[in-house]
Design a protein around this ligand. Structure first.
Ligand SMILES: [Ca+2]
Ligand SMILES: [Ca+2]
Ligand SMILES: [Ca+2]
Length: 103
């Protein structure tokens, strides 16, 4: 997906970045995949590009709930939600921390 524009699924390193993306999600009224996953070990949340454990958590209320096995994460305006990796939703790519494409 993001490879088409030579970018990667977004990794969120700071609360400022998260805040910015949530504002976008709010305006567009949608949810978007980010690069976070616990597919390797349940409830251990890793950014899949850098393979680093996340240093911030901005889960939505009552998430993550791993409902019917949810190992990917979508960003919504109220926070992050673990979601089924096979779901077809939009996603956010980033080239650098300064340049982010919501699409
Ligand atoms: Ca980033
Ligand atoms: Ca999970
Ligand atoms: Ca969930």
């Amino acid at each position: 997906m993001c490879e088409k524009i030579r970018a990667q699924l977004v990794e969120i390193e700071t609360d400022a970045e998260d805040h910015y993306l949530r504002e976008q999600a709010k305006q567009l009224n949608n949810a978007y995949w980010i690069a976070l996953s616990d597919a390797i070990e349940e409830d251990v949340w890793v950014w899949m590009n850098s393979l680093s454990k996340t240093s911030i958590f901005n889960w939505a209320p009552n998430e993550p709930n791993n409902a019917n096995t949810e190992n990917c994460v979508a960003l919504r305006q109220d926070g992050w939600n673990d979601n089924k990796c096979t779901n077809q939703i939009r996603y956010i790519c980033e080239k650098t921390d300064q340049e982010e494409v919501v699409g």
